[in-house]
Every structure is written in structure tokens, then in C-alpha cells.
Design a protein around this ligand. Structure first.
Ligand code: SAM
Length: 276
């Protein structure tokens, strides 16, 4: 996979050389290209922003450097068209659609991603419209809050995407069993639509607190059920929005035990929504 990032702060991306993603890049499984937007500025001061039309506070990123930068990065032809490599432009913005694990999985299947990091009040609106006339463009938000720039959002998304690439995680199963375990959604993955419950390791007894005995039982079916129950309880506690989706049978119908656990957690679910 190739990932190009356009930013006014190329140094921000030093962490891409660290940890699992750094190792994957060193192996050649991921190629990063980090580009300084100011290389496409048109004046000696390398200006990339200007005051907003219509008034208001702050500055807006100028369209010319962005248009030229995107043309130049696209012209790299980093991934041949024949390999499905026309590139997907991802623009982080708090006004975008929420970035989810499903996005991470879909983006991980793309051969070439290009990220455009905004700053100030964002990028002149014509840049995305112009790019859309020649490539696929998606505007995504990493959460309902406002960052100072797209760089941290791109680091977050890059990590979520790259850990799903084959060979990046030590244990490929762990992504499927994570919170929002989309990987086995169709086949009824244990965490589909849920957040994961707590995990435990040695020692068995710590500060008077015991690991739940079932986890030491060796009974794999009982352990799997216990994990699903604790995931349902934690989802009910922390993510009632997800429980509402589960109750509607999304991503898959609940079984009788699921319904009992949700009911005990204060979320009774109608029996017609439930698989028996
Ligand atoms: N005026 C914009 C608004 O209210 O929607 C906010 C601009 S923000 C200060 C500057 C840049 O930070 C954005 O262009 C975007 O690149 C990035 N950014 C801020 N919050 C973000 C979020 N929640 N998700 C993704 N990117 C974000």
C-alpha cells in the first residue's frame, strides 16, 4: 500500500517510523510519501492561507497551492492504474462523515491513499470539488471535536488502517476480535457491533482482585460466551447508541442470552428482534 500525505508540518509524521507501522514500512509493505504543501506556494513567503471571503475570524487555506500539490502527487502515478491505483483522496475535517472501523477496513484494501491535512479554518471549498472531478474524494471526521489541524487525524487514521494490513499485527485474529470486530461481521464475529470487554493477564491474583475463574477453565465455548456477555455489558454501559443498533438487529440479530444480558444491564430488547 502507498500513502501520500500533504501537510504544512511534514515533521509531524515522524511517528510513522515507529512501532508496528514503522516496521511494516521498513519491510516495504507500506510506502509513505510526506509532502510539504509550501513547496507548491506561489510567493517568496511560501504563503498557503488568506482571509475568508464573506468575513469572519481566522484564515482559509488557498486553493492554488492545494490544487498544484494534488496534481503533482497524483502525477507521481505511484500505483499503476492497472493495479487499481487511481488513488483515493481523504480529507480530514470535523464536518466529514465519522471515520469508523469499517472505513479503516475499506481504506486498508485501497492500493493508494492520499491525505490532505487542513489547518486554520480549513481548505478552500473548491479544492475538494475540483479533485472530485478527477478522483474519488472522501471527507471524514475522527470525532465530534475540533483539532487545530488534520495531521493528528491522519496519524489516527493511518494507524487504524495500517494495523489491518496483512502481516502488520503479530496475530491477525486480534483485529477480528477487537471492538467493532467487523472482520467477522458476516460470520457473526463475537464483537460485531460491540465494544470489547476487559482483558486479563498474570498474575491470577493482584491486590486482592482475582481474574474471572471462567478464563482459567479451558472451556473455550464458555469463555467465548463470557467474553460476549462482558462485551454486551460494557457496550450497554458506555455506548447506548450501539445498543440501539443491536436491538434493531444491526449488524446481526441478537440471541436469547444476548437479550438477557442487555435486559439485566437495563436495556430490555423486544423478542421479535432476537434470534432464538
Ligand atoms: N472551521 C472548521 C470547522 O469548523 O469545521 C474547523 C477547521 S480545524 C480548526 C482545522 C483542520 O483541522 C481541518 O481543516 C481538518 O483538517 C482538521 N480537523 C479538525 N478537527 C477534525 C476532526 N474532528 N476530524 C478530522 N479532522 C479535523
Amino acid at each position: 500500500m502507498r500513502i501520500d500525505i500533504i501537510t504544512i508540518f511534514p515533521d509531524y509524521f515522524a511517528p510513522l517510523g515507529v512501532s508496528l507501522i514503522g516496521k511494516a514500512a521498513a519491510r516495504g509493505d507500506i510506502t509513505f510519501g510526506v509532502h510539504d504543501l509550501r513547496d507548491w506556494a506561489h510567493d517568496v513567503h511560501r504563503t498557503v492561507d488568506d482571509t475568508p471571503f464573506g468575513g469572519g475570524p481566522g484564515m482559509v487555506m488557498k486553493p492554488e497551492p492545494w490544487g498544484d500539490a494534488l496534481d503533482a502527487v497524483r502525477a507521481l502515478g505511484a500505483v499503476p492504474e492497472a493495479a487499481g491505483g487511481s488513488g483515493l483522496l481523504v480529507i480530514p475535517t470535523p464536518a466529514g462523515v465519522p471515520f469508523t472501523q469499517q472505513h479503516a477496513a475499506r481504506y486498508a484494501a485501497e492500493p493508494w491513499l492520499i491525505f490532505a491535512c487542513g489547518r486554520y479554518e480549513g481548505i478552500d471549498g473548491r479544492v475538494a470539488d475540483d479533485a472530485r472531478s478527477r478522483m474519488r474524494v472522501e471527507e471524514v471526521s475522527i470525532g465530534d471535536y475540533v483539532l487545530a489541524g488534520g495531521e493528528p487525524a491522519v496519524l489516527v487514521m493511518t494507524e487504524a488502517i495500517c494495523r489491518l494490513l496483512p502481516g502488520v499485527l503479530g496475530n491477525a485474529e486480534s483485529a477480528a476480535d477487537d471492538s467493532f470486530g467487523f472482520g467477522r461481521l458476516e460470520s457473526g464475529g463475537p464483537m460485531a457491533g460491540l465494544v470489547e470487554g476487559p482483558s486479563y493477564t498474570r498474575p491470577r491474583l493482584w491486590r486482592g482482585r482475582e481474574v474471572p475463574p471462567i478464563l482459567l477453565s479451558g472451556d473455550h465455548a464458555a469463555i467465548a460466551r463470557w467474553r460476549r456477555d462482558s462485551a454486551l455489558r460494557r457496550t450497554a454501559r458506555n455506548r447506548p447508541d450501539l445498543v440501539a443498533r443491536l436491538a434493531a438487529g444491526v449488524p446481526e440479530p441478537l440471541d436469547r442470552r444476548d437479550r438477557e444480558v442487555l435486559s439485566e444491564a437495563g436495556f430490555p430488547v423486544d423478542s421479535e428482534d432476537v434470534a432464538h
